[in-house]
Design a binder for this molecule. Sequence first.
Ligand code: ZN
Length: 287
Amino acid sequence: MTEQLYLEDSTVQSFEATVERSLADRVVLDATHFYPTGGGQPHDTGTLAVDGEQRRVTGVEKKDEVYHTLAGDTPDRGTTVQCEIDWDRRHAHMRYHTAQHLLSAVLLREFDAPTVGNQLYDDRARLDCEYDRFTETDLADLETELNALVDDGLDVRHYTMSRERAESELDTQRTRIDLLPDSIRELRIVEIGDAEDPFDRTACAGTHVGNTADLGEVTVTDRTTQGAEKERVTFELAEPVTDGGREHGTRERDRRERGERGSGGGTTADERRVSASRPDDTREVDG
Ligand SMILES: [Zn+2]
């Protein structure tokens, strides 16, 4: 199985890899930072180069392996390739994904409205939840609450936890663990806020920013009904206030290339090895 490096460090923008399988229009790499479509988060795009000759990476899909669809010829098995992720797009997905977790948490806390689906884009996002009908006041309150959480500058961390421990220690409704298939025995948990008493904890394999301050201003743009007892909320984020650790990512990469262990900026949880198992983010299955 392709090593899914984005689970461990979502700040890396360029990396070197080796082609393990070469198909007509797709390649499998030994390890990748390209995010494959999943959990309501679209795949990354970017470039893959051999000796400076670039091909566009137009699709990334996870099946038995992670497949990168290329425009142009596919390099042979064993070829070393240089990959670059389109960072503006990925960073937007990270910001929208973290914002969606905040929105899901607020909806559950304030409205008892569990999330049943969501879809992120690089300029907007939508979320479906079980609820009768939001009023204009409700939407204004949601927006105020979300912006307060951005202003609070809450840390975002991730770590893995066995299912047994998660089931005994975490609120399974909030984390939606109860909906995961039994075969998933190890969960990746994304946590926002205080380490002792986090604001949100969700089983999720997506990429996120390191702090809610990176989201910038949130605007709740609309609501529509999705049938009986189901509402769709849409929101947008203002232009990014940071570059999402572009420098940090570069430093991490340099360190990695020198074979050193990263330490700056990352929390302990960031440095824990993440297993190859990838829990489906049940809270974020596109409804
Ligand atoms: Zn998620």
